[in-house]
Design a protein. Structure first.
Length: 170
């Protein structure tokens, strides 16, 4: 009974907030939970959450020739130097392979090692159960539409950040 009483005021407080403030708080909370999950999955390999995300990005993007550092950095919205540094650490742990591009030696192609592929395969059922639990209430079409709206919002926020930065420079 006490847990219900403690939950009710918090819920009422959040619901009374301006919708934009509430939305941003919910997005922040979602990000925090996702970061915690990334840290836990990474910990199983002895790596950090951001390093885990690099491995997942390479896994998703690699079509056999590897993935350039700049492609991963754009997908993860981080600086290419961060991906370079972290991918070198992952290569030292034999989790990632870094090879110069056959067409441009300045470009580094990243690919997963067999060790990493096996580890990700061993986690496939766990990941599937996680996704099903988290996204159970969404039909595929709804999730696609929602994701599209979030991408639009992300694009607008990116432009708004530039505008705010310019406003502060003046």
């Amino acid at each position: 009974m006490r847990a219900m009483k403690k939950e009710a005021p918090r819920s009422r407080g959040v619901e009374s907030l301006d919708i934009i403030k509430r939305f941003t708080l919910e997005i922040s909370a979602i990000n925090r939970h996702l970061e915690e999950v990334r840290q836990l999955w990474g910990k199983a390999l002895g790596i950090t959450g951001p390093q885990w995300m690099i491995l997942i990005a390479v896994s998703d993007l690699d079509k056999g020739d590897g993935v350039p550092v700049n492609v991963v950095s754009k997908l993860l919205h981080v600086d290419a130097s961060f991906v370079t540094t972290q991918s070198k650490l992952l290569a030292q742990k034999d989790l990632l392979r870094r090879t110069p591009s056959s067409t441009d030696a300045r470009v580094v192609q990243m690919s997963l090692t067999e060790k990493t592929r096996k580890h990700l395969l061993s986690l496939a059922d766990q990941h599937k159960a996680f996704r099903q639990f988290v996204f159970d209430e969404f039909k595929e079409k709804e999730l696609t539409e929602f994701t599209s709206k979030l991408a639009t919002l992300n694009n607008r926020l990116e432009k708004a950040c530039v505008k705010v930065a310019l406003d502060f420079e003046m």
